[in-house]
Write a protein of this length. Structure first.
Length: 134
């Protein structure tokens, strides 16, 4: 398994200097590609068993942010922001390169914070687990 964060700072357009108010933020995960990589076999300094195989996972986190501008209270706006990620998971040494890869994942936390009038910080904490007994 792996646990990681995906973050992005984005600029939002100005509305005559009026700040935005964040209503809701969500995220979803889209895994685009996976590839088995050969690595060394042994034990890491932290005591983790290294199987000689890692699974490289490439994907996107799609953040969706709903917000409104106080002077336009009856209008709810949204932004979709795709943020690419790449992570490794140690997999059993018997994992085939052309196999079907199954995962269990959870988006543990999604944070959106206005850090200035026009700059927004997005963060998602992700847990992904490779399922080899399927």
């Amino acid at each position: 398994f792996t646990d990681f964060n995906v973050k992005r700072s984005i600029y939002i357009p100005s509305n005559n200097g009026n700040p935005i108010i964040i209503s809701n933020s969500t995220a979803c995960i889209d895994i685009n590609n996976c590839k088995v990589i050969d690595t060394i076999k042994g034990t890491s300094l932290e005591g983790q068993h290294l199987s000689s195989k890692k699974l490289l996972i490439l994907g996107d986190i799609i953040f969706t942010l709903h917000f409104f501008i106080p002077c336009l209270c009856d209008h709810l706006f949204y932004i979709d922001e795709n943020v690419p990620f790449t992570v490794f998971i140690i997999v059993p040494g018997s994992t085939k390169e052309d196999g079907i890869f199954k995962f269990k994942y959870i988006i543990e936390d999604v944070t959106s914070t206005l850090i200035s009038k026009h700059k927004l910080f997005l963060n998602a904490s992700i847990f992904i687990q490779y399922l080899n007994d399927c």
